[in-house]
Design a protein around this ligand. Structure first.
Ligand code: GLU
Length: 506
């Protein structure tokens, strides 16, 4: 058996959906784990939906996840071009060859006629598919339709009876009755190929041996298998490839299929925007780490031993296999993703975490681009304090924005609750004095003098810490106070305590 050649074939109409990202990941893991080749083919034939932004976003999302491709756009390879829009003349030439060989025919029905046919079928309780009305037109009939100004689509003939049985790697034997598969359009009236033709031809021309894709495409599989039967018959495709100047097909077996289970939300409905974020870019913005997202997506449909949940990418490459992918819908459990991400953040080397956090802090305007050495140092000092308290990278900035700001922004609620109540003014006076006199500005000493203040005033630690925290941070939640204060400049801390006192005096 040859090594697998797999492909990911996104339609670049927007940002990459996590369901498609999982498809890409499974294909990539299969290739990487079996010495195979991962091909990226961008299916951008729908000119209205395929935008340059969608193309860039798709590639960026794959790169973010680390799913580098061996052949494809911007990388090249022997079986290109890898953007489907650039292969249209090949698809047209195959359609023409199928017409000449009698596997396909021109059909001239107008939209209205097809609609009427559908309605009639519905009224009679028949399935709505095309009835094959123009299957056997004579040359004269075709000429007269053309003379009327009608335009033809090209349809592939499907068998009238019998069954197609194929083995899906995930679902086992799958059977389709041919009577349920109407003759289908392969070339539209404007000469553009439809998805079953373009994808079917390209899979063969690129020597794809294994096709893992979403189960929503299962119904197109009989069409692609039938198409493959015809274009491989008597070297039809090989002749067209040669005539059109394409590389000969690699000498590999025909593709097998694996249809991946749907991703669903908590309500068991297909995962969509209603459930929250669904684009890889959105998860990136929220601060999920790429290897955690890959780990999590791998678990959406695959399991290793029903227990292990944490896998590094090399682990996944070593352990992933399609025989442990189930056919049941896979629950996209965002809480589990958050937990995995939080666990991973805790394990990161703090310096690595600081580097990962940097773009999020730049984005929030807390750091310059590029950050100054002092800003970078501050972030590195804060990283170990943040590590235990965040599940995503984006959660960090709001906890420590006040450490980077020139002026503290006081939250009214925190001021009312912790500064305008109790003995906050006494606490701030005392903190001002003990901080000023402190020999060593470090967490332990700060903790010790704050505890002294509590004792002296006869109040609990919270009643001391909270006023100081709100005075310096402007809010009631922050990483541990003594450690955070120790990271900051003492002068800045004192300035803020004094500003808070003024605020109270005002
Ligand atoms: N381009 C198709 C899509 O994005 C997928 C094609 C395939 O995997 O066969 O839905």
């Amino acid at each position: 058996m040859s090594t697998p050649r797999v492909r990911f074939a996104p339609a670049p109409s927007g940002s990459l959906h996590v369901g498609n990202a999982r498809t890409a990941l499974y294909n990539w893991l299969h290739a990487r784990g079996n010495g195979g080749t991962f091909v990226l083919r961008v299916e951008d034939t729908d000119a209205e939906r395929a935008t340059p932004e969608g193309y860039e976003a798709t590639l960026a999302a794959l790169r973010f996840l680390g799913l580098e491709w061996d052949e494809g756009p911007e990388v090249g390879g022997p079986y290109g071009p890898y953007r489907q829009s650039k292969r249209q003349s090949l698809h047209e030439a195959v359609a023409t060859a199928l017409l000449e060989a009698g596997y396909a025919y021109e059909a001239f029905e107008t939209r209205e006629e097809l609609e009427a046919e559908r309605e009639a079928a519905q009224a009679q309780g028949r399935p709505p598919g095309y009835q094959g009305g123009h299957r056997d037109l004579t040359d004269a009939q075709r000429e007269s339709f053309r003379a009327e100004g009608r335009e033809a689509v090209v349809r592939l003939r499907t068998p009238d009876e019998g069954e197609l049985v194929f083995t899906d790697v995930i679902r086992g034997e799958v059977t389709f009755a041919w009577k349920d598969v109407p003759d289908f359009v392969i070339l539209r009236a404007d000469g553009s190929p439809t998805y079953p033709l373009a994808a079917g031809v390209d899979d063969l021309a690129m020597g794809i041996t294994f096709i893992a894709r979403g189960e929503d495409l299962l119904s197109t599989t009989p069409r692609q298998i039938l198409l493959a039967d015809h274009v491989l018959d008597e070297g039809l495709l090989d002749r067209v490839l040669e005539a059109e100047g394409y590389a000969p097909r690699p000498d590999v077996e025909r593709p097998r299929y694996a249809h991946l289970p749907l991703l669903v939300g908590e309500d068991r409905k297909p995962l969509s925007k209603r459930h929250g974020a669904v684009a890889v870019a959105e998860f990136r913005r929220q601060g999920f780490l790429p290897d955690v997202l890959a780990n999590f997506l791998a678990l959406c449909g695959w399991s290793y031993d029903d227990r292990t949940e944490r896998f590094t990418v090399p682990d996944l490459i070593a352990k992933f296999s399609f025989d442990r992918v189930g056919s049941n819908p896979a629950f996209f459990d965002v809480d589990k993703l958050r937990a995995l991400n939080g666990d991973r953040i805790k394990e990161l080397d703090p310096a690595e975490l600081a580097d990962d956090l940097e773009p999020y802090f730049v984005e929030e305007g807390l750091l310059d681009q590029p950050p100054s050495a002092a800003q970078r140092q501050l972030l590195h000092d804060l990283a170990p304090l943040l590590q235990e308290r965040i599940q995503t990278l984006a959660e960090a900035a709001p906890l420590v924005d006040w450490c980077f700001a020139d002026e503290v922004a006081y939250e009214d609620k925190a001021v009312d609750k912790h500064l305008r109540k109790g003995r906050a003014d006494e606490v701030l006076d005392a903190a001002d004095a003990v901080f000023t006199e402190l020999d060593d500005w470090d967490a332990e000493s700060i903790m010790a003098v704050l505890d002294e203040v509590s004792e002296r005033l006869g109040i609990g630690r919270g009643k001391t810490f909270q006023p100081v925290r709100v005075a310096v941070a402007g809010k009631a939640v922050s990483p541990p106070l003594p450690e955070t204060l120790a990271v900051l400049d003492r002068g800045l801390v004192l300035d803020r305590i004094r500003s808070a006192k003024q605020l109270l005096g005002a």
